[in-house]
Each structure stands twice: as structure tokens, then as C-alpha cells.
Design a binder for this molecule. Structure first.
Ligand code: 13P
Length: 251
């Protein structure tokens, strides 16, 4: 049985004070969660303070991205080792906003993955198709290409460290959640592809769903056999709503 991971991606929201207050509210409201993992991903400027605010609690902290280069003259970029130095333990890579807003492709994300693992960060690797790709029947080809690019970048020894996330681009921030059937189909496809490369390791790998997850739809999504958690955007910015998602009741 895979242990669910509920992750909150705060994106480019909340300053330092609000980030720490949200982290403290989550810490206070969390209580005991013996059967699930929780992680939050604040903006870079708040990662260190948020990591301190949740230190000693079950909540893990991570960055929303990291640089593809080790260090040097890359103004504005944050390296994996810099992120790790803040006590962050995780990083989101390949998010659709990095792919489609910032124009970063598979190759740069493959390098970021190597940097993240070298720095000792546990990555969440995002894949997902656009509406146009879904409409043209390209969903499988797109998500498999994105997954292979990540897997080709690392030795098989690193496979147990990987968490995958399926985030259909058309469901992000739109209020349009993928149906449970649509999500389950892609999750099963990703697990099959990962199994072909990783064997039994794929059975323990968590595959999160992301895209308009709320407290009202989390339980239905989590009932699908290959959905092992959620990567939550907008609904993770409100402590009460995110806590309801974390504490979802199994159907
Ligand atoms: P929303 O939950 O706001 O749709 O965002 C999903 C997401 O992109 C999480 O990484």
C-alpha cells in the first residue's frame, strides 16, 4: 500500500509573513497523520523560514523549481544546493508553468533532475498534456515522452527517490478537474511505463494528481488505484481547505 502524499504548491503567492503564518496554521491544524505525508512548496524567498516553522512536524518543505546549472553567473536562478541549504528536502520539477510559461523543455528538466538528486533533494516530476494535445489524441505520447526524458537522465539506482505527478495543463487553475477515469487512465499508463524501466520499484512509486484538486473532489480521486496523492495549487493557499484535503476520508 502506497502512503499518500498531499503536496501544496503555493506558486508565486504569499510574502514571507503570510507564508510563515500559513505554515504555522498548517502545523497547528495537522494533528497526527500516521497514514499520509504532507509537503509544502513556498516561493524561494520563504523556503528557509517555512522550513524552520514546520521543523519537527510531519510537514516537509521544498522548492518549486531549481536551476539546471550547478552554480555561477545565472542571475536570478536558485540552484539545487542553495535550496538544500535552506533545509528544504524536496523540489518540484517540470511543472507545466515552467514548460509552457517559461518555455523550458525536457532537456533542461532532465539536467535539473540531476542537480536535484546530486544535492540530496527528493523530486516530484510533473508531466501533463495541453488541451490541444489531448484533443489531437497525443496525451499518451506527450506524458510518456516527458517521463522518459526524466528517467533517461538518472541511473536506475535513483528510481526509488522519484515521485511522479500527472498534471493535465487544461485542468490547472481552471476549476476543470480531470474526471477520475481520465486521471486514472494516465496514472495507470505512467505506472506501466515506469515498471518497464524500474521493475518492482514502480509499485512503490507515488504518482500524484494535480489540477483543480479541492476538498470536494480529493476522496473520489484518491479512490483510483494508481492515484497516490495530490499536488494542490490554489486550494493549498487556505489553511482550512488544505487541511480538509490532507484529512480526506477514504471512500
Ligand atoms: P491548481 O490546484 O490551482 O489547479 O494548480 C495545480 C498545480 O499546478 C499544482 O502544481
Amino acid at each position: 500500500m502506497r502512503r499518500p502524499l498531499i503536496a501544496g504548491n503555493w506558486k508565486m503567492n504569499l510574502g514571507l509573513g503570510d507564508s510563515v503564518r500559513l505554515a504555522e496554521a498548517l502545523r497547528t491544524g495537522l494533528g497526527s497523520v500516521p497514514d499520509r505525508d504532507v509537503a509544502i512548496f513556498p516561493g524561494f524567498v520563504s523556503v528557509a523560514a517555512v522550513a524552520r516553522a514546520v521543523d519537527g512536524s510531519p510537514i516537509k518543505t521544498g522548492g518549486q523549481d531549481c536551476a539546471s546549472e550547478l552554480d555561477g553567473a545565472f542571475t536570478g536562478a536558485v540552484s539545487a544546493t542553495m535550496l538544500k541549504s535552506t533545509s528544504a528536502s524536496m523540489v518540484i520539477l517540470g511543472h507545466s508553468e515552467r514548460r509552457h510559461v517559461f518555455g523550458e523543455g525536457d532537456a533542461v528538466h532532465a539536467k535539473k533532475l540531476q542537480r536535484a538528486l546530486d544535492a540530496g533533494l527528493l523530486p516530484i516530476l510533473c508531466v501533463g498534456e495541453t488541451q490541444a494535445e489531448r484533443d489531437s489524441g497525443a496525451t499518451s505520447a506527450v506524458v510518456l515522452r516527458q517521463l522518459q526524458a526524466f528517467l533517461d537522465a538518472v541511473p536506475t539506482l535513483a528510481f526509488p527517490k522519484l515521485t511522479l505527478a500527472y498534471e493535465p495543463v487544461w485542468a490547472i487553475g481552471t476549476g476543470r478537474t480531470a474526471s477520475v477515469e481520465q486521471a486514472a487512465e494516465v496514472h495507470a499508463l505512467l505506472r506501466r511505463a515506469f515498471r518497464e524501466r524500474a521493475g518492482a520499484v514502480a509499485e512503490d512509486a507515488r504518482i500524484l494528481y494535480g489540477g483543480s484538486v479541492k476538498s470536494s473532489n480529493i476522496a473520489a480521486l484518491m479512490a483510483a488505484p494508481d492515484i497516490d496523492g495530490a499536488l494542490v495549487g490554489g486550494a493549498s493557499l487556505q489553511a482550512d481547505e488544505f487541511l480538509r484535503i490532507i484529512h480526506f476520508q477514504r471512500n
